[in-house]
Design a protein around this ligand. Structure first.
Ligand code: ATP
Ligand code: MN
Length: 480
């Protein structure tokens, strides 16, 4: 066989009369007495190439094994396609069967499978149209993130995945240890003696790269991390994973307004990139969502996917304070009629995703950025406002998702930061290096964290975060 050509390239550039070879997995096969039509996909595009086979020219036994899921190569000539959807199809002169897929056992049949079932066969779900589209979009978004920052002079920093500081405060952590769980060494007062552990102290998987990114920003000015983060919260929601990827820019000489501008610019850039480069896949996912929702009442339906993406591009994000958000929510019809699961009563409460979505979808009808949160519900490192009550945090809220970004201007004054650490009962000895940056050449600086899978939920229109990462980790689930 010749060197194969990828299907995306053939469908875009292939000319009638070209002789070439193609590799892929069989999606469907239809056979009549003399001719068989094989739809082949290699992951390069949503679309399949049709391979036409004169059944009398080939070994019957081989042809019979070419069923859904089998891997084959076909070589032949491109001819004009009479079927709808593609311009060319391949008339096979040679066929090679790489691997058969016994139809009695292969779990992926050419019919609609539920997303729940596909999660159970995540090792095979890449072979569906939906997960092919999501996989290509995920790659495009990863690439676009790096391009966005590179084009703007940011440096990518790898921050540690194993961390010895337990003070990040962003969530419950997973312990990293080589001690024998059945028989750990103990200290004199009967506690586990982590001095004897691998690192000589207690260590965990990181919940965020921010603290280390700050160290780099205070020399390199513009940096970002894009790494895995881990949270051991037992929250079985459609928006939380135990292992997810986070994009965290950190910029010196940036105040909260610069930070909001960067967040808005980045989100718009990424959405625009998806529309520009992944239109086929987005159109497919748009239709998938329409089909899924066609039995819902009109008011229960979400915005259509493409419409929702344009909604982000076309609207200037509304910027409001937490205090305003509480006022709006408190006086809302939903609140007065008792429609919120968590009623909005007083200043100081944490906002739930139902509140965030109300502000975006019902009230402002555009993405919203909330700033100046009560300091008691936010992390120790956020810059304190002079009112003594609020901090310069910011959350970006999106339709369907709620919080997609959390960030802040950081406290750069040593005395204020130190006081806050004490006040919150954090062991300052684990943070000496973080505090040091406030002693030597400290400057105002800001940053934020974008949960990559939250972005993927938004861009794909999928409803469950388990479907936008290849192999999700959630409570009671670490298969594959
Ligand atoms: P939430 O309130 O939604 O649980 P958070 O406030 O705990 O999120 P941050 O610590 O601010 O989250 O993390 C920054 C970003 O990381 C969030 O805005 C969100 O996009 C994402 N994120 C946080 N937790 C998770 C998770 N468990 N799974 C996936 N993404 C997450
Ligand atoms: Mn947050």
């Amino acid at each position: 066989m010749r060197q194969s050509v990828e299907i995306k390239k053939i469908l875009a550039e292939g000319k009638i009369g070209d002789t070439l070879s193609v590799n892929g997995w069989v999606r469907t096969k239809r056979a009549s007495k003399n001719v068989a039509f094989i739809n082949l996909n290699d992951g390069s595009t949503l679309h399949n190439i049709q391979v036409v086979v004169d059944v009398n020219k080939f070994d019957r036994e081989i042809l019979d094994q070419i069923t859904t899921g089998a891997a084959i190569a076909a070589e032949g000539e491109l001819v004009e396609s009479k079927g709808a959807g593609q311009n060319v199809e391949l008339v096979a002169g040679k066929i090679h069967l790489y691997g058969a897929a016994d139809p009695a056992k292969y779990p992926l049949q050419p019919k609609k499978h539920s997303l729940e079932f596909l999660r159970e066969i995540a090792h095979l779900r890449f072979r569906t149209n939906t997960f092919g589209a999501i996989t290509r979009l995920r790659h495009a978004m990863i690439f676009a993130v790096h391009k966005f920052f590179n084009d703007r002079g940011f440096y990518n920093i790898h921050t540690p995945i194993i961390t010895g500081s337990d003070a990040e405060g962003a969530g419950e952590m997973f312990r990293v240890s080589i001690l024998d769980p059945k028989n750990p060494p103990l200290t004199e007062d009967g506690k586990v003696n982590f001095r004897e552990d691998f690192f000589g102290k207690e260590t965990n998987l990181t919940v965020s790269g921010q603290l280390e990114a700050e160290l780099a920003a205070l020399a390199m000015t513009k940096v970002y991390t894009f790494g895995p983060t881990f949270r051991a919260e037992n929250s079985n929601t459609k928006r939380h994973l135990a292992e997810f990827w986070m994009i965290e820019p950190e910029v010196a000489f940036f105040d909260i307004d610069n930070n909001m501008d960067l967040a808005e610019e980045m989100l718009k850039y990424l959405v625009h990139y998806a529309l520009e480069h992944c239109r086929d896949d987005l159109d497919f996912l748009n239709k998938r969502l329409q089909d899924e929702e066609k039995n819902l009442k009109k008011e229960e339906r979400q915005m259509e996917l493409i419409e929702k993406l344009n909604f982000v591009l076309e609207n200037k994000f509304e910027r409001i304070t937490y205090t305003t958000a509480i006022e709006v929510l408190k006086n809302s019809k939903s609140n007065k009629k008792g429609k919120f699961h968590y009623p909005v009563k007083e200043w100081g409460m944490d906002l739930q995703s139902e509140h965030e979505r109300y502000l975006v979808e019902k009230h402002y009808k555009k993405p919203v950025i909330i700033t100046d949160y009560p300091r008691d519900i936010k992390a120790f490192y956020m810059k304190q406002n002079d009112d003594g009550k609020t901090v310069r945090g910011m959350d970006v809220l999106f339709p369907q998702i709620g919080e997609i970004i959390g960030g802040s201007q950081r406290e750069e004054e040593y005395d204020r930061l130190y006081a806050r650490i004490q006040e919150m009962g954090i062991d300052e000895k684990t943070l000496w290096w973080f505090l040091d940056t406030r002693r030597f050449g400290s400057v105002p600086h800001s940053g934020f964290g974008l949960g990559f899978e939250r972005l993927m939920l938004f861009v794909t229109g999928m409803g469950n975060i388990r479907d936008v990462i290849p192999f999700p980790r959630t409570p009671q689930n670490a298969e594959f």
